[in-house]
Design a protein around this ligand. Sequence first.
Ligand code: TRP
Length: 433
Amino acid sequence: MATTRFLTGITPSGTPHLGNYVGAIRPAVQSSQRADVQSFYFLADYHGLIKGADPQRLQRSTLEIAASWLAAGLDPEKVMLYRQSDVPEIPELCWLLTCVTGKGLLNRAHAYKASVDKNVAAGNDVDADVTAGLFMYPVLMAADILMFKANKVPVGRDQVQHLEMARDIASSFNHLYGELLVLPEVVIDDNVATLPGLDGRKMSKSYNNTIPLFTPREQLRKLINGFTTDSRAPGEPKETEGSALFQLFQAFASAEETAALAAQYAQGIAWGDAKQRVFERLDQEIAPMRARYESLMADPAQIEKILRVGGERARALATPFTQQLREAVGLRSLAQIQAPKADKAQKSALPQFKQYREADGKFYFKLVSASGQLLLQSTAFDAPKEAGQSIARLQQQGTAALAELAARLAPVDGVGQDEVAKALDQLLAAANA
Ligand code: TRP
């Protein structure tokens, strides 16, 4: 069966929350179980460095995110799961791509532009606090994707421009060095729910309204109890429309369960009871994963081992491909150096055939050496086509054509056969180079 390659990077920054689970982890784990799909997931820890210097946090977050994805059911035997920094071929490809990427392309990247705009608005130097890492972010991301010839890249809407850039960069590379890179397609799943956070706005780290995915059970209950609701009393009918609590439930429940809760809303379920119902439903899905998460977190060396193995499998693909790319761009072994191809300067240093018409109305050709010495002179042809055909035979067959054409060649004083042969050989060699 033809398989499509899906690839997604997860930047290790912070602890995964329910919104990450519903929006990214759960759909990715589901799609990784499809037989017609080959999935690549990696921890984009080099990208994590761009967000600021905090070594401990980067390490901690890498651990938590790896444990979360494994606990959520990602099977490292079935998918490629690795850490970006375990594949040194990725930054190497990043450099090859950097050299074919227009600076202007990167100037237009949203994240970089936003930083510049912020500086301008604040009256600062345009590049204040802007690292070259931020500027280069899209090239590193392109390297992540292109290294593994991914066909599809599932990302959030905010990443669409990065995918367009990856395609642009790949096209530039292919144009210069041959069709080696696969152009990836972006996949945006508009069906995946964005979860509301504690305050009703989208659940997001930047709003500080998140619920950590694997927060302990009692903590989960407490946080759900903290959801903002309105002041309707028990018994008063409640609307599901615009109820953050209801949306949260819906993201975890079946259609029937959702309909049942909607009916309870209409009947005036007390907010406290609704919260309890939501908590129970969420915990039902999360509890088994939480148990796995806790045991994984208790044994970080095991996660390290899983990632190492994944890294080796990823490198088994990356190493030969990188060799092919190095070869293509000219980072080559010197042991088998090729003779330089005849370039323009050398071409003009070759002997030349010249075809012309004389005052007698007949057509002629001659062969002159690079320095202008006459080597061959034809007799008269009635038609230019005949002269041209004789030239073509000499060009294609070299000295072998000389005997057949003997009758059409006039003697040239002071030119040896070996000189003519050498000139014809030179032309043949240049044509076949
Ligand atoms: N930029 C992505 C994000 O912030 C993370 C990422 C890095 C990524 N490299 C990638 C996603 C390659 C997809 C493919 O979400």
